[in-house]
Design a protein around this ligand. Sequence first.
Ligand code: ATP
Length: 486
Amino acid sequence: QENRFQAIIAHAKEYGFVFPSSEIYDGLSAVYDYGPWGSELKKNIRDYWWKSMTQMHENIVGVDAAIFMHPTTWKASGHVDNFSDPMIDNKDSKKRYRVDHLIEAYADKLKEAGKEKESEDLLSQMDVLLSKDNFAGLKQLIDDNKISCSISGTSNWTDIRQFNLMFKTEFGAIASDNPEDSIIYLRPETAQGIFVNFLNVQKTARMKIPFGIAQTGKAFRNEIVARQFIFRMREFEQMEMQFFVRPGTESKWYKYWKQERLAWHLSLGTPADKYRFHDHVKLAHYAKEACDIEYEFPIGFKEVEGIHSRSDFDLSQHQLYSKKKQNYFDNDIDEKTGKPYGNYIPYVIETSIGLDRMFLLIMSQAYDEETITKEDGSQDRRVVMRIPVKLAPNKLAILPLVKRDGLPELARQLMDECKPHFRCFYEEKDAIGKRYRRQDAIGTPFCVTIDHQTKEDGTVTIRERDSMEQRRIKLSEVKQEISKFL
Ligand code: ATP
């Protein structure tokens, strides 16, 4: 599985999906750039999410808030005080680890060595200590188990410290003696841009509870990372939706969004057994219920999306810090009292998914190495990206068989007809078999070849990526044929 993960990373780079950031300077750790096909795929995933949220739900509208927010936002949200992970440094290698990751990696090793019971005991001890922020106890646990650093091999550790994950920068020239006044954070989540706009949106879009606000955008976290490709990045993109509900109905809506979000994932054709829910046992102090949707990546089952029942914590905190009322007046009639529900601060159900993690999920699910037997009996190998048609970077490759006899002209005509409707790729270089393989590798679901017969009877060969099946259809019907799948 680790090999498969490495193969996907190599493929992503070779075929223009994902590049290490600033690669000519040897890259920047846990930061990545999306290439020609990666940026298309990423956009298609974002659009698919956006449409499913805002177009398919009449009671969800979008915002596009700024990355910079007033610094008090992050005091109110708790990020200044609490958004940190316990870290430990190895004194010999100077390598820094997140304490839970270090212990989990050791527990994995125990499990591999057949010591399942020891592994589980270790993890449950860790959970208890983490939930109590008992750093001395965690350090003791690391020492007792002689957990060593993967680089130096030694267990010469520093004490455990909290490490805040927010990036800081300076904001303009502020005339103040206190340098702290000009500190501003890069947002570590998009959600707060939704909360601070709650009343602006509710009033201008005339929304009635229950309703939701959706947003996609960049978030930044100074993660202490192992090599996990785009699974854990320092700059990444989130797709979040906050759903505002009447207090007392949160449990119903939490269950609703759990099912709705799983259904969204399954609508992309991924088998259900690749997914599971992981309910949080340890809840944040404001949370009522929380779970992760996990997918079986080549590196194991891991979180791709979180669903959280957050009570009125965020809006109440912003009311407290901003001194601006965050109330909603509900004029629906409460059957019990016969009177309107009246004023309250709404409760929130949040769905939060990482776009880059979803991208990795699609890549992991799509990547396939296949051995095929050719017509002459010889064997060949192909790498095919079985990306869902809706998400594929290019929907159709248009390939004239040869560069003469009027075939490129016919192909260009088809290109002009189709490209306003879906993304097409035109190519006339190399043997047709080679061109098919390249399209397989970037996940193009259909190829159409224009040959000499096209000139005679107006038909073309259409080839399907997954089955490699070829059939002839009318040139005039190509656009309609592809559109059926979109
Ligand atoms: P983790 O436990 O993996 O650090 P988290 O529980 O902190 O994640 P949330 O704060 O709930 O994550 O963020 C919601 C979603 O944002 C996650 O489910 C994940 O898909 C995505 N996400 C969070 N951190 C990162 C990151 N560093 N890189 C890429 N995606 C991320």
